[in-house]
Design a protein around this ligand. Structure first.
Ligand SMILES: *[C@@H]1O[C@H](CO)[C@@H](O)[C@H](O)[C@H]1NC(C)=O
Ligand SMILES: *[C@@H]1O[C@H](CO)[C@@H](O)[C@H](O)[C@H]1NC(C)=O
Ligand SMILES: *[C@@H]1O[C@H](CO)[C@@H](O)[C@H](O)[C@H]1NC(C)=O
Length: 472
């Protein structure tokens, strides 16, 4: 681990010294502030702590699936609303649709229950019991169904005395509940933090993680620990959290609105120095569910959420009624090119690198890499509301993309292939109000080989020079 982290740190260092040494020249939108943000980006990548993280072999890329909460909440009224209440059939139906409608084929894998699946009290044996009416066959039977379709199954509990919906929590029963959940063949557990003291969570979430591990069944461990501590005015210990959990919630619950997306965007941007370095294979920051296809977002805003979540290396949990979703929203959720950014194997979380007059640029280093150069996904987000698309123009070099032989650039929503662009090329994009343009810029290996038939390692020389400059 240390070796790899060392290499990554060295690579980042070289990347940044190149971006800076090549100079950051003028353009329509780039100014002092831009230069500053690139410097900050570099400094932060440089000092980033690449923590080892929890090693249970799971979620080497962010988990993807379907989760009931944002869309179906704690609807337990199966008498009056049988199609939309939290019960066995809802999860079987979503399992079927995830397969039949192509969601599984693009990577959505987990079918997860959220709150409100339990009886109000533990049984006489002290054990958790699923609601008898709504889950008449038990949880193991539902898990078996999901597994029989080739998908994975997740469930919800709470570290405190009660779940947020008032059902029994695990406090005082950590070991037996971990064992019971494992005996149901659960693959994923989200542990909420209502009715618990945030100051107990360092100990409590770690303890439950220990008991999960002791069951011997690999289960993804999703924690709500940092958000409860942050909201209580504490500073979460992310080193401990990423050693304990596979993913964790940093900020409040997502709601069905653009305002909610904006608040999450701002939180992740404003706090990226604390948050972003903790992400990596097996351990992820979680900005909460995708609400694409529900009631609150326009088409443009839905595209923005999907693109931003991919930049953030976020878990992709749809929370939408897959029975009635419109085709254009389904297409956003199934955009393979954006999913590939989210699932990039390097697992480096992206950052907001520019923010000025309602225009934001977010960038994420991705593969392929060549020597010390990364490829990038770049999202241009327009938060202006003045009603007409905004033009943004910038050179790749100004974004920190300095690979001399150039990048193969394509638009991930529109079918536009820009071909190979050098760092000096100015790109212009039109970004709709509350919309996004997301590009992918891959280091162009073919170009370097084609141009340099007789000098096989020109880039190495370049690196070497920068290296000399940096360490002289
Ligand atoms: C949980 O319940 C126990 C027993 O009633 C009580 O002593 C404890 O203070 C409760 N914990 C919290 C965090 O509310
Ligand atoms: C338990 O923890 C060990 C050590 O981190 C790890 O190698 C193993 O895969 C874990 N097992 C499970 C079931 O999570
Ligand atoms: C955070 O947790 C780690 C253990 O993973 C511990 O070594 C460290 O001292 C903790 N940091 C703080 C500030 O408590």
């Amino acid at each position: 681990m240390v070796g790899i982290a060392g290499v990554i740190r060295l690579r980042s260092q070289l990347l940044c010294s190149q971006a800076v040494s090549l100079g950051l020249v003028n353009s329509n939108i780039i100014n002092e502030r831009m230069v500053q943000t690139v410097w900050i980006w570099c400094a932060v990548v440089l000092i980033a702590k690449f923590t080892a993280g929890l090693e249970n072999g799971l979620v080497r890329t962010p988990p993807m699936g379907w989760l009931s909460w944002e869309r179906f909440r704690c609807n337990t009224d199966c008498k009056n609303d049988p199609d939309n209440c939290i019960r066995d059939g809802l999860f079987r139906t979503m399992t079927d649709i995830v397969i039949a409608e192509g969601y599984a084929a693009v990577g959505y894998q987990y079918i997860n229950i959220d709150d409100c699946w339990l009886e109000r009290e533990r049984g006489f044996d002290g054990q958790l019991k699923p609601d008898r009416q709504r889950f008449p066959y038990g949880i193991k039977n539902l898990a078996d169904y999901v597994h029989s379709k080739g998908l994975k199954f997740g469930i919800y509990e709470d570290y405190g005395n009660y779940t947020c919906g008032g059902y029994p929590g695990i406090l005082g029963h950590l070991e037996e509940d971990a064992a019971l959940i494992a005996s149901w063949d659960v693959d994923y557990i989200k542990l909420d933090g209502c009715y618990a003291h945030p100051s107990d969570m360092d100990k409590g979430y770690s303890e439950f993680g220990y008991y999960l591990n002791r069951t011997g069944r690999p289960m993804v461990y999703s924690c709500s620990w940092p958000v409860y501590q942050t909201f209580a005015g504490m500073k979460p210990n992310f080193s401990l959290i990423s050693d304990t959990c596979n993913l964790w919630r940093n900020f409040g619950d997502i709601q069905d609105s653009w305002a909610s997306i904006e608040s999450i965007m701002d939180y992740f941007g404003d706090n990226q120095d604390d948050i972003a370095p903790n992400a990596g294979p097996g351990h992820w920051n979680d900005p909460d569910m995708l609400i694409v296809g529900n009631f609150g977002l326009s088409y443009e805003q839905s595209k923005t959420q999907m693109a931003l979540w991919a930049i953030l290396a976020a878990p992709l949990f749809m929370s939408v009624d897959l029975r009635t979703i419109r085709p254009e929203y389904k297409a956003i959720l199934q955009n393979k090119k954006i999913i590939a950014v989210d699932q990039d194997p390097l697992g480096i979380q992206g950052r907001r690198i520019y923010k000025h007059k309602g225009i934001e640029i977010w960038a994420r280093p991705i593969s392929p890499t060549y020597q010390n150069y990364y490829s990038y996904a770049i999202a241009f987000i327009n938060r202006r509301t003045d009603g007409t698309p905004s033009d943004v123009s910038v050179t790749l070099k100004e974004l920190g993309l300095a690979y001399p032989a150039g990048y193969r650039v394509e638009d991930l929503y529109e079918d536009v292939d820009y071909g190979t662009l050098t760092p000096q090329t100015k790109i212009k994009v039109k970004v709709n109000p509350s919309g996004v343009v997301i590009l992918r810029a891959d280091v162009d290996l073919e170009a370097v080989y084609a141009q340099n038939n007789y000098t096989p390692f020109p880039v190495l020389n370049q690196v070497f020079k920068v290296n000399q400059n940096t360490f002289k």
